[in-house]
Design a protein around this ligand. Structure first.
Ligand SMILES: Cc1ncc(COP(=O)(O)O)c(C=O)c1O
Length: 393
């Protein structure tokens, strides 16, 4: 008999009833140290006091009015995002997938508006993950995601990750946009690299095709810059944001330049919940905290500390781990065993980590994780690895 919850998830037999900072607790009071942060969502930890306060205060005033009316919190958050990024305009969604939908629609509408409706091809990359809607699975392209869901939305060309020649070969007079994660998340914490991003920007400038960055996982301070593309010194035309921007409240956004957004005129897109007063109150508080040089410097410092300790683990357990990659607090441990084995061994140490593709174990703690908890997490990971390779921790 089918379970009352549609059985699409492979869940661990753990049920948490409360959380604080980097800790989660089950009903019997057992505590787990969380290096997953809801897959890069709880950027300020669980039940962050500032966010609890903001949410409760807003909840007592107003939850939802619809986009039939002005929403001051939405305006404020849009202004903050425009102020801190390349963007001139913002549309709010409830998730990363919805942001992908709009990014794709916006790019196609751009060329339609410019009188070139045949320019609809979007180049995407092997290992990409842009969400689970029909458009997003067609954009992502992996068999695991698309099998059985055809016919898929046409107009996507998939090329190998970081393969500039393949991108150049794929670009044509039909190319509408190039869409990628500056650091692939689900694909195994694989940074595109500054040189690759710069080269894509050059192609975009030369051919006019739009550059879409999916910063759903790598954005909002995760890599130590507010957005990961800032490391490469290049800007996109359109960017998708979600996860961390709500700190745990469902919130997403599409940011765009005025030029890229020119097709999105009155009535061309909408959302019932997108940009509601609750979500935007929380999003604005997250921005106030995360988008400061002091906070981002701390993410960098903590990321460096964690990386250094992880490198020590790689040296201590060469049969389990191969190397560390990623940036800031978006780190991937390349495993020599199945990463799910390490995740399971982590559970035995009351430690939560997340597997990713290409044999990678993802470590994405709260961006404000205290140094002592980084040390504690590494000690637990060391014991988890020892349980696999038999080498004493
Ligand atoms: C890079 C990226 N894009 C899009 C998505 C989809 O976001 P959501 O699950 O909020 O719809 C994800 C989710 O993991 C993601 O990592």
């Amino acid at each position: 008999m089918i379970s009352s919850v549609l059985p699409t998830y492979n869940r661990a037999p753990l049920a948490f009833v409360k959380g604080a900072g980097s800790w989660l607790e089950t009903a019997d009071g057992t505590r787990y140290l969380d290096l997953g942060a809801g897959i890069a969502v709880n950027c300020l930890g669980h039940a962050a006091p500032e966010l609890v306060e903001t949410l409760t205060e807003q909840a007592q005033k107003l939850w939802h009015v619809s986009n039939l009316y002005e929403i001051p919190n939405q305006q404020r958050l849009a202004d903050m995002l425009v102020d801190k990024t390349f963007a001139d305009t913002v549309f709010f969604t409830n998730s990363g997938t919805e942001a992908a939908e709009l990014a794709i629609k916006m790019a196609r509408k751009y060329w339609y508006t410019k009188g070139q409706p045949d320019r609809y091809e979007i180049i995407t990359f092997e290992g990409a993950f842009h969400g689970r809607s029909s458009a997003a699975i067609a954009a992502s392209g992996g068999e695991k995601m698309t099998k059985g869901f055809g016919p898929l939305l046409p107009g996507f060309t998939h090329v190998a990750w970081q393969d500039l020649d393949a991108v150049k070969a794929a670009v044509s007079d039909k190319t509408c946009a190039i869409m990628l994660e500056p650091v692939q998340g689900e694909g195994g914490i694989r940074p595109a690299g500054d040189a690759f991003l710069k080269a894509l920007k050059q192609i975009s400038e030369e051919t006019g095709c739009l550059l879409i960055f999916d910063e759903v996982q790598c954005g909002m301070g995760r890599t130590g810059k507010l957005f990961a593309h800032e490391w490469a010194g290049v800007t996109p035309d359109i960017m998708m944001v979600a996860k961390g921007i709500g700190g745990g409240f469902p919130l997403g956004a599409v940011l765009a330049t005025e030029d890229a957004a020119q097709g999105m005129t009155l009535g061309t897109h909408g959302s019932t919940y997108g940009g509601n007063p609750l979500g935007c109150a929380v999003g604005a508080k997250v921005m106030e905290i995360v988008a400061t040089p002091e906070f981002l410097a701390e993410v960098n410092r903590k990321g460096g500390l964690m990386r250094q300790k992880l490198e020590g683990l790689v040296a201590a357990h060469p049969e389990v781990f191969e190397d560390v990659h990623g940036q800031g607090l978006l780190l991937g441990l390349q495993c020599k065993v199945a990463p799910t084995e390490v995740v399971a061994a982590g559970y035995e140490q009351n430690l939560l980590t997340v597997p990713a593709a290409h044999n990678v174990l993802r470590l994405l703690p709260a961006l404000n994780i205290p140094d002592e908890e980084i040390a504690e997490a590494i000690a637990r990971l060391d014991r988890a690895a020892a349980a696999i390779d038999g080498k004493a921790a």
